[in-house]
Design a protein around this ligand. Sequence first.
Ligand code: IPM
Ligand code: MN
Length: 352
Amino acid sequence: MKSYKIAVIPGDGTGPEVIREGIKVLDAACQKYGVKLEYIHYDFGGARYLKTGELLPASALEELRKFDAIFLGAIGHPDVKPGILEKAILLTIRFELDQYINLRPVKLYPNVYTPIKDKGPQEIDFVIIRENTGSIYTGIGGTVAKGTPDEVTTQVMLYTRKMVERCERYAYQYTQKRNKRNTLTLAHKTNVLTECGDLWMRVHEEVGKEYPNIKHDYANVDAVTMWMIKNPEWFDVIVTENMFGDIITDLGAMIQGGMGIAAGGNINPEGVSMFEPIGGSAPKYTGKNMINPLAAICSGGMMMETLGEERVARAIDMAVHTALESGKIVSLAAGQMGMGTAEVGDLVASLV
Ligand code: IPM
Ligand code: MN
C-alpha cells in the first residue's frame, strides 16, 4: 500500500474546521484506491503565538522538510497585528521550502453562482500559475526618515533569470499536461515595468521555443483583469509574477464562486509542497459549523494530484462536482449552504 506522510497545520479561525472535512474526504478517497495518509498535526498560528510567543521555530521548519506534503488551513488572527503571522509562518514556509509555484485553478462547478452574467462552467475554466518566491515579496528595501516629511520607502521587485525560467518551464509543462487549449498567457506590465517585464517576456519567448505545440501570448495584467470578467473563456493557463498573481487570483476566486471553493497549492516540484484553501481564517465564523469546506477539500485533491495519485485526485474532483450538481448545497457562502460545514464534508465523502 502506498503511503504518504502529511504535515497538517490547521491554523487559525475556521482553519481547523475546514481541514477536518478535507481530511474526511481525503481518507474516503484514499481508502478506495489503496493509498494511506499518515498525518502529524502542528499547532502553528495565532493562538500558539499569543500563548507562547512562538511563531515557527527553526526546528519545525526542519521537520516539515521531511514530509511528503503539508496541508494548511488558514493563518491570521484578529488579535495579532496583520503581517506577523503571515510573514513568519505562511511566507516563511513558502520561501524556505522554495515552493516557487502557486497554483490556483479558476473553475466554475455546476450550479455555482458566478457574478459574471451569461458565463458558465464552459467559459470559466482556467488556471493561474503565480510565481511564489520573488517580486515585492522578497522584502528587499526599507524606509529612511520614517515619520518625517522626508520619509522615503522602497520595496524592490526582484527577479533572477533562474527564478523566472523555472516558473515559466513549469507553466509550459503544466499547460501541455492539461492539454485543453494549449495556450500559455504571460500577464505582466511590460509597458511600464521595462526591466522585470522584459526579463519575463524574453524568458516566456525562449522557453516557449522548447514547446512548439503550446501557443504562447502576452497580455498586460490590467487588461487581464478586464478580460477575466468579460471573456474568461479566452484563458487556458496564465503565468504571472508574484504580486500580480496575488491580485488576479483573488479576482479568479470570485468568478468561480468565491473563497468557499478557491483552492491553492504552493508547489516545489522537486521538494515539499503545501496546499491550502485561499480564503483565510474567517474569524467571525469560527466554531459555528458555517464555513464552506469545499476549498479545503479541493486543495486536498490538488495535493493528491501533485503527489502523483491522480485517481484519488480525480475521485475528489468528481465528488465535488457531483455534490454541487445535486443542488443540495444551495450556496457556497458561509452560513447559506443549506447545511453545515461537517455535512458538506459528509456529502462529498459519500460520493468519492
Ligand atoms: C495569499 C495571501 C498571502 C499572499 C498573504 C496572506 C501573505 O493573500 O496566499 O494569496 O499575499 O500571498
Ligand atoms: Mn492573496
